[in-house]
Design a protein around this ligand. Structure first.
Ligand code: DCP
Ligand code: CA
Ligand code: CA
Length: 358
């Protein structure tokens, strides 16, 4: 099964302040360039009814919620991470094997403990929903199916607070009518390419010649699309490399806009991060520079690279990101931080589904 928390960041904000529950809630990543610059991280389902979506510019979300008593909040990653790890430790207890697939979702292999009974798996899912609701006041949506691809699509089928069970005999009738972008790994670009091929539903994709798919998308991805559309997936549920990110933050000697004073600190933070990466045999793909201002507001800049674990690359990238940030902002920085994410094991031949796309 795949368990995914509903409108996670926004729901987390609702649990901390229940009085906003019946209003549109929009959680934003403010870029700091101007008051409303930045993007929507997520929104609760009330805000979604007004057309607000993840990734949309904040200004656009505001215009959709004009004259509405809506709540706009900045992201608070530390808070969400804490809730996430609480939920994940609940989920682990219900799984034969467990794979966290994002901050708010995880795959649970439950074949053994349910003796492959879909009925028992459904009961298990209800208990999981109950425990997350009781302990964290959060709803989630759960999909159950014969493999990860189907569990994931099923979890999305009835949100929020959904529970969707797709037994093997119903896989094709379930998948066929769904839009092709419901498959994990089919993003905007791929959807457009597929549309050009006359593919709008998963059923259309299933009918496409596999050779053609391989020609267009390459062998790995082409085969994946071909199989996934037919509901076929053999990827095991397996534990991923520990943390999804490693970060360090420190307070600067003085509030400053001087790059040298900042990099003095971040160079050291990078060394600490490098040590932790090496201890765990990890490489990273994304570097984030975090700036906490005098008023405690948080700004960040990220850059994605090819997988690496090199200290110099990390330090240089952090420097570059702060340089860019300072050029765009006039505020003094109080605390500076560094985060690496997109972690994976050194040299591991990445063949997991999600690793194609992240
Ligand atoms: N997120 C983000 N920017 C995006 C997508 C997601 O910052 N473009 C963050 C905020 C989300 C969290 O990741 O709360 C989890 O993402 P999901 O895709 O699972 O979306 P939600 O949990 O917000 O909504 P849903 O109820 O559709 O799962
Ligand atoms: Ca979610
Ligand atoms: Ca998710």
């Amino acid at each position: 099964m795949l368990v995914d928390l509903d409108y996670f960041f926004a729901q987390a904000e609702e649990t901390r302040n229940p009085s906003i529950r019946d209003k549109p809630v929009v959680v934003c990543v403010y870029s700091g360039r101007s008051e409303d610059s930045g993007a929507v991280s997520t929104a609760n389902y009330i805000a979604r009814k007004f057309g607000v979506k993840s990734g949309m510019p904040i200004a656009l979300a505001k215009s959709k919620l004009q004259n509405v008593d809506a709540v706009f909040l900045p992201v608070d990653d530390t808070y969400y991470e804490k809730i996430s790890s609480g939920v994940m430790s609940i989920l682990k207890r219900y799984a034969d094997s467990f794979e966290q697939a994002g901050i708010d979702e995880a795959y649970l292999e439950v074949s053994q403990r349910t003796k492959e009974s879909y009925e028992e798996a459904t009961e298990l899912a209800k208990r999981i929903k109950n425990e997350i609701l009781t302990n964290h006041s959060l709803t989630c949506s759960i999909g159950i199916g014969p493999n990860k691809v189907i569990a994931k699509v099923a979890s999305d089928a009835h949100k929020p607070d959904g529970l969707t069970v797709i037994e093997p005999g119903r896989v094709l009738e379930f998948l066929s009518p769904l839009p092709v972008d419901r498959l994990i790994g089919v993003g905007l670009k791929t959807t457009q390419k597929m549309r050009a091929l006359g593919v709008t539903t998963i059923g259309d994709l299933a009918k496409l010649d596999v050779q053609r798919l391989v020609k267009i998308f390459g062998k790995k991805l082409g085969l994946y699309f071909h199989n996934a559309a037919a509901g076929i997936d053999g990827e095991p549920v397996q534990e991923r490399a520990g943390a999804t990110s490693i970060s360090r933050i420190s307070t600067l000697k003085e509030d400053t806009r001087k790059l040298i004073l900042i990099t003095e600190n971040t160079d050291r933070l990078c060394e600490e991060i490098k040590a932790e990466l090496d201890q765990n045999g990890l490489v990273f793909r994304t570097v984030t520079a975090i700036a906490i201002m005098k008023d405690l507001s948080v700004r960040s800049r990220s850059k994605s690279l090819d997988n690496t674990n090199r200290l110099e690359v990390l330090q240089e990238t952090v420097k570059e990101l702060f340089e860019r940030y300072l050029a765009e902002s006039t505020l003094e920085i109080r605390r500076a931080g560094v985060k690496v994410s997109g972690l994976s094991k050194v040299g591991k031949n990445q063949k997991e589904l999600s690793s194609f796309f992240e």
